[in-house]
Design a protein. Structure first.
Length: 242
């Protein structure tokens, strides 16, 4: 059987697969280790995630558990999310390290800034979701009327909260993706600038659809940064093409 043709990085296709598998297993192991750490520090993480709820209603912010398995389910869910969250920098770093050998010398110098930028924007999205969640809870509590007393199921509360943080974190990667497309010459800053009206409309619709809580505060907290990121990506694309 003929040997697989060497790629630009000097590695065969089989070697690329082996390298991808090695990095993937490293990231999975780190995620598992971070999940174990999150499982151990679960009480602190639970208090941190419960804080927005207690800010809205300090007298009734205890969770209501009706199933004997809710406690272990909640702890495992927080541990898995914590593992993914704390391991995100390692996933991004190993992804870029895998991609970098196949890039040209000029493109390789952008690898580290892209990794750092991806981390900053991801955690920026997570923090934004955390900060806005108080307003989300206020809206959800008030929309039902003052005659209701809220005792949330912890699994349902945490599912909504963790989903929001994950979606915000991933969505905040938008400028990183745009700049990468500009560097790859898939789109140009001029093209993005010409279609800014349609892009803003698309961002508004996207923000309304993807916001899991369907409240206006979360929608605007997602929509406004994405619009700002769009124009920042255009400006950065112009600078990098000089």
């Amino acid at each position: 059987m003929a040997k697989a043709r060497d790629t630009e990085s000097g590695m065969t296709l089989a070697q690329h697969f082996a390298e991808a598998r090695r990095r993937f297993l490293i990231c999975v192991a780190i995620t598992a280790a971070m999940a174990v750490v999150s499982f151990v520090i679960y009480p602190s993480l639970l208090r941190l995630l419960q804080h927005p709820y207690c800010q809205v209603d300090p007298r009734h912010c205890n969770f209501l558990v009706t199933n004997p398995l809710d406690g272990i389910t909640l702890r495992v869910k927080i541990a898995l999310f914590g593992g993914l969250l704390f391991a995100t920098p390692f996933w991004l770093w190993h992804t870029w390290r895998f991609v970098t050998p196949g890039l040209k010398a000029r493109e390789r110098r952008y690898a580290l800034p892209f990794v750092l930028g991806s981390m900053v924007f991801f955690f920026g999205g997570v923090v934004t979701a955390y900060l806005v969640f108080k307003k989300t809870i206020q809206f959800l509590v008030s929309i039902g009327g003052s005659s209701l007393t809220s005792y949330y199921n912890p699994n349902q509360y945490l599912t909504l909260f963790l989903l929001m943080m994950l979606l915000f974190g991933l969505t905040f990667e938008f400028p990183v993706v745009l700049v990468a497309l500009e560097l790859a010459r898939v789109v140009s800053p001029a093209q993005l600038l010409r279609s800014w009206r349609y892009s803003v409309i698309a961002i508004v619709v996207f923000s309304g659809v993807i916001t899991p809580s369907s409240d206006p505060f979360s929608m605007f907290a997602l929509m406004i940064p994405l619009v700002v990121f769009y124009f920042l990506a255009i400006g950065l694309g112009k600078l990098l093409h000089r």
